[in-house]
Design a protein around this ligand. Structure first.
Ligand code: SF4
Ligand code: SF4
Ligand code: SF4
Length: 574
């Protein structure tokens, strides 16, 4: 039973810049794009790590399992390291120093995974020597094994029915030191994390060389200070020809060294795409000799694994590995440790869609005819039809089609240009019009309007000098790169507001031009009217004031005479 744990490869959603590079490189398209972000589909993923290697923003990550090891330390477990033979292409240390560093981190002992590899080769040779014809595929690479089980299920029965070198080695260590020990695999591979997750009591935890490097830097820092290293050796003993395993063809070399019948054909295939091609149209029943395929998911074998944490040339890495191989004089003909494994098919369900459904999905990305299908790969899928199927599967979005999005963007821009009441023009560094909208034609083409209007590319190519009287604005901006804004710029009997700006420095200039003559005239008319009204008002007010003034004088006179009369009367009575 598989433990319910996080898949080894995942995405930091906020870091994803939806470039679709991971989709493009994923050999099995186990990536879903939703809301412009990529995420791994665990049940489809074979943990090859290609997406991690290619993601330009480091949004694709590998689960870290160092905490699991620390928990085993807390639980006081004796932890043995199964160290993958590719370590020599990553770490410059001697074997003794490497063991000392790992022991400093807290591991009980360090052993070489290559011991398990030797057992696997002996057992494979035995199987092959008993075959008359037919196909046998190596089970050493967990990524290849998962690929076959999920995507080529009909070939599952040809996978060697034994565990990988790492699993075999874990069994060896537990047989030697007791089932109570824990085994931690350290190597270049993400797929091995799945092997550890299988909960079959073999590998307890699997970490990558990158995790180890980080852990060493964090906990030890300068490893040159570790002095006590001379006493250390790999346990229970050092490996021999098994250390050839991480290089392309290394496994086959060990099988040859064990000894096989001459008619047995050993082949090496690296990468999922090469392996996929190799299986195309293959009918294993028609093979007339025993054929063994050493298949590895990484380009030059495990030394170019996804978590190798080294930028060494692969030739140097291969050489480093080969330099340390010590072949035994005599190789046993019978394996002492064999982990039986059943690699049954676990095919991913793939939906079958009708032609109609595919065609309507294609229409959603603007592919109405076969000519529209560019198959450019910009979306991450190798053909438009593949993207259409992914859309139907719900793992892709229409916005992934680059050509469709460009078309939509251009249409939107063209519609906006067309509808703008202002004149818009773009001019190149030869002072030729690149683009002009209808308003520009109406404003400046004059009697040539009909000619330009009837042309499919409108005014494109026309010299701006011949069209407008303010072409110096364009040449100035092309030279200086500085934007310009002119208000009420007079040209003949018109007034324009002109905003000219750089689109591409010294290459393309754009301008938005608004004819404000009408507005200015209206404004002038309004102010004239206003002035008329004001002066009328003023005269009315003056008139009123006059009348009021006259009225006041009259009132004053009247009141004075009443007062005088009143005064005269009072005097008389006295
Ligand atoms: S490679 Fe994938 S995960 Fe990385 S940024 Fe591009 S789309 Fe996102
Ligand atoms: S690890 Fe490999 S299979 Fe999984 S999503 Fe990434 S590229 Fe695809
Ligand atoms: S045209 Fe669009 S759908 Fe077709 S392959 Fe290119 S990007 Fe993908």
């Amino acid at each position: 039973m598989t433990k319910q744990i996080q898949h080894p490869v995942y995405t930091l959603t906020n870091e994803c810049k939806d470039c679709y590079k991971c989709v493009r490189h994923c050999p099995v398209k186990a990536i879903k794009i939703e809301n412009d972000h990529a995420s791994v589909i665990p049940e489809k993923c074979i943990s090859c790590g290609r997406c991690v290697q290619v993601c330009p923003t480091n949004a694709k990550c590998v689960r870290t399992d160092i905490e699991k090891i620390k928990n085993l330390f807390i639980a006081k477990k004796d932890i043995y390291v199964s160290l993958a033979p590719s370590w020599r292409s990553v770490f410059e240390n001697s074997a003794k120093k490497m063991i000392a560093v790992l022991k400093k981190l807290g591991f009980k002992e360090v052993s070489e995974t290559a011991l398990g590899a030797q057992e696997v080769s002996i057992h494979d040779a035995e199987i092959l020597n008993n075959m008359n014809k037919g196909l046998l595929i190596s089970s050493a690479c967990p990524v290849i094994v998962d690929y076959i089980r999920l995507y080529k299920p009909e070939f599952s029965k040809y996978i060697t029915p034994i565990g990988s070198p790492a699993k075999t080695h874990a069994r060896m260590l537990k047989n030697t030191y007791g089932n109570d020990i824990a085994v931690v695999f350290i190597g270049p591979c993400i797929g091995k994390k799945n092997e550890a997750d299988e909960d079959d009591g073999l590998i307890d935890v699997s970490i990558t060389f990158e995790e180890l490097k980080y852990w060493i830097a964090d906990e030890i820092g300068d490893i040159s200070e570790i002095k006590k290293e001379n006493d250390y050796e790999f346990v229970p003993y050092s490996a021999h020809e098994g250390t050839l395993y991480p290089i392309n063809g290394g496994m086959n070399e060990t099988i040859r060294k064990v000894g096989i019948k001459p008619e047995i054909q050993l082949m090496e295939i690296c990468t999922i795409s090469a392996f996929e091609k190799a299986l195309e149209n293959l009918n294993p029943d028609k093979l007339s000799s025993p054929v063994f395929v050493e298949a590895l998911a990484c380009e030059s074998g495990c030394i170019t694994g996804p978590c190798i944490a080294s930028n060494k040339a692969s030739i140097s890495s291969i050489s480093d590995v080969m330099n340390k191989v010590k072949v035994r004089n005599e190789i046993p003909q019978k394996a002492t440790t064999v982990v039986k494994c059943d690699y049954s098919p676990k095919a991913v369900s793939s939906s079958k869609y009708s032609l109609d459904a595919i065609q309507s999905a294609l229409k959603k990305i603007g592919k109405h005819t076969e000519e529209d299908e560019l198959n450019c790969g910009g979306c991450g899928y190798s053909s438009c039809r593949e993207l259409a199927v992914a859309l139907l599967d719900g793992v892709a979005e229409t916005s992934m089609c680059v050509s469709y999005m460009r078309k939509i963007a251009m249409r939107k821009a063209a519609a906006m240009l067309r509808c703008m009441p202002s004149a818009i023009v773009m001019v190149d560094n030869n002072m030729r019009i690149l683009e002009a909208n209808d308003s520009f034609m109406k404003m400046f083409a004059g009697e040539m309007y009909d000619v330009f209007h009837s042309r499919p590319d409108g005014m494109t190519g026309a010299s701006i000098d011949r069209i407008v009287d303010f072409s110096d604005i364009f040449s100035t901006i092309l030279k200086t790169g500085k934007d310009l804004h002119k208000e009420h710029y007079p040209v003949k009997d018109r007034l324009y507001d002109i905003s000219a700006f750089t689109i591409e420095e010294n290459e393309i200039v754009g301008a938005v031009i608004t004819d404000v003559t009408q507005t200015e005239t209206t404004r002038e008319k309004i102010s004239e009217k206003a002035r008329e009204v004001i002066s009328k008002n003023i005269s009315i007010v003056q008139e009123i004031a006059c009348l009021l003034g006259e009225h006041m004088v009259e009132t004053e006179t009247l009141l004075n005479s009443i007062a005088n009369d009143y005064d005269d009367k009072s005097e008389g009575e006295k």
